[in-house]
Design a binder for this molecule. Structure first.
Ligand code: GRF
Length: 203
């Protein structure tokens, strides 16, 4: 399958997916890495992997719909089967999301439905949670609200700060995201009626 990965930053999840494709774990190819920001390290990772890297930067005064239409045009031209959001820090319009329904994944650094949005690690600490983690889900128009495919848990230790937790969660992200992309490439993952299915069974 043809995969586009959308990023805004460091791209460590992108790297995990590139590595899994390279190793033959994922039966697919990252055909483009798209960033909404120039000069982020994820773009360098793409170049080093020999993958086309492009920046689609928002223009002054541009509406969300117009930006998303430009993004859509790029992805359509590439004949993308799967859109992987990997630290892409923009909210996508309903039209865009619906166009890629069942073909767009996101990873979120919390045990959804807990802590949608930002600052998840600090929020887990503030709540006194004993466990935290990350979730891979299909993207629906509701922010971080689509059906969950796979989660990984990590313990919260006394004295942890948000950076400690982020690092522990990242290690798990790099394990579960390539795995879910692998399943998708095998045709085992679908979204029907807002539910995620694995081999046809509701998750
Ligand atoms: C990850 O923590 C992911 O869960 C969140 O953004 C971060 C991206 O990290 N959506 P990276 O750019 O993949 O290193």
């Amino acid at each position: 399958i043809r995969i586009a990965v959308l990023i805004s930053g460091n791209g460590s999840n992108l790297q995990a997916i590139l590595d899994a494709c390279q190793a033959g774990e994922i039966n697919g190819e990252v055909v483009a890495v798209v960033s909404n920001k120039a000069d982020v390290y994820g773009l360098t990772r793409a170049e080093e992997a020999g993958v086309p890297a492009l920046v689609v930067a928002p223009q002054a005064g541009e509406s969300r719909e117009d930006y998303d239409a430009r993004l859509d045009a790029e992805l359509s031209q590439l004949n993308v089967d799967l859109v992987v959001l990997a630290g892409f820090m923009r909210i996508l319009s309903e039209g865009f999301v619906n166009r890629f329904a069942g073909r767009m994944l996101n990873i979120h650094p919390s045990l959804l439905p807990k802590y949608t949005g930002l600052n998840t690690h600090q929020r887990a600490l503030d709540a006194g949670d004993e466990e935290h983690g990350c979730s891979v889900h299909f993207v629906t128009p509701e922010l971080d609200g689509g059906p969950v495919i796979l989660q990984a848990k990590v313990p919260v230790f006394e004295g942890d700060d948000a950076d400690d937790l982020a690092e522990r969660v990242h290690t798990q992200e790099h394990r579960i995201y390539p795995l879910v992309v692998k399943w998708f490439a095998q045709g085992r993952l679908t979204m029907t009626d807002g539910k995620a299915l694995f081999n046809g069974e509701v998750l």
